[in-house]
Design a binder for this molecule. Structure first.
Ligand code: PGA
Length: 252
């Protein structure tokens, strides 16, 4: 059975004071019955987030990690460095990394394997561009990008379907478009990870998730959560998205 997972991706936003204030409010408002929540601030804010979230059931995640355990990689952070802090999750292969920082399917796969090797759970991001969707290539792109899942441990994995045209644009995929892509990804995960693991795999939707569209997206049978960018910066909005998630577990 799959427990809904709602993750905040703060991207390159926030200060020590704002994380502190936000997490205190988030913990106050969360209530007892809620989906799994993962908060992913920039690297510099991880210690503050971990301190405030410690003892709560909000997990803290990073937004990237390197594929090597150590070495001459100026500016990079190794997975074990994150794990040592108490970080439990890491976002890998986000489209902004692919678009602006040369991330490829191969480098994203290497990062994900290394992260899992250090005991971190991975939110593995994939999704098509508008050109690819318009050219009818969506499912071919998802098939190619998801090949990386074959080398991963399903127990430390969630997948995020994030159509690039929906990220930060205010234009979300419709619930039907999301469901169609998620169902295809679950079938693909079945081939790559086995049917049992695919039934347990959380597939999150990301791309302009807002308080007013979250419930319809999360009501889809194969949408098991959300990776929320812009709308996660506002604690009220993020709480509204969390509370729009179906309370019960779902799946086979
Ligand atoms: P958005 O970002 O919610 O601002 O569209 C989502 C993401 O990039 O993960």
């Amino acid at each position: 059975m799959r427990r809904c997972l709602i993750s905040a991706n703060w991207k390159m936003h926030g200060t020590v004071a704002s994380v502190q204030d936000y997490l205190e409010k988030l913990l106050e408002r969360l209530g007892a019955d809620h989906p799994e929540v993962v908060f992913c601030p920039p690297f510099t804010l991880l210690p503050t987030a971990l301190l405030i979230a410690s003892g709560s059931d909000v997990a803290v995640g990073a937004q990237n990690c390197h594929w090597e355990t150590k070495g001459a990689f100026t500016g990079e952070v190794a997975p074990a460095m994150l794990a040592e802090l108490g970080v439990r999750w890491v976002i890998v292969g986000h489209s902004e990394r692919r678009q602006h920082f040369g991330e490829t399917d191969a480098s994203a796969a290497a990062r994900a394997r290394a992260a899992q090797g250090a005991g971190l759970s991975v939110i593995y991001c994939l999704g098509e561009t508008l050109e690819q969707r318009d050219a009818g290539e969506t499912f071919a792109v998802l098939e190619r990008q998801s090949a990386a899942l074959a080398g991963l441990d399903p127990a430390l994995l969630a997948v995020a379907y994030e159509p690039v045209w929906a990220i930060g644009t205010g234009r979300n995929a419709t619930p039907a478009q999301a469901q169609e892509a998620h169902a295809a990804l679950r079938r693909r995960a079945g081939e790559l990870l086995g049917e049992a693991a695919a039934r347990e795999l959380r597939i999150l939707y990301g791309g302009s998730v807002k308080p007013d569209n979250a419930a319809a997206l999360l009501a889809q049978p194969d949408v098991d959560g959300a990776l929320v960018g812009g709308a996660s910066l506002d604690v009220e909005g993020f709480c509204a998205i969390i509370h729009a998630a179906p309370g019960s577990r779902r799946g086979a």
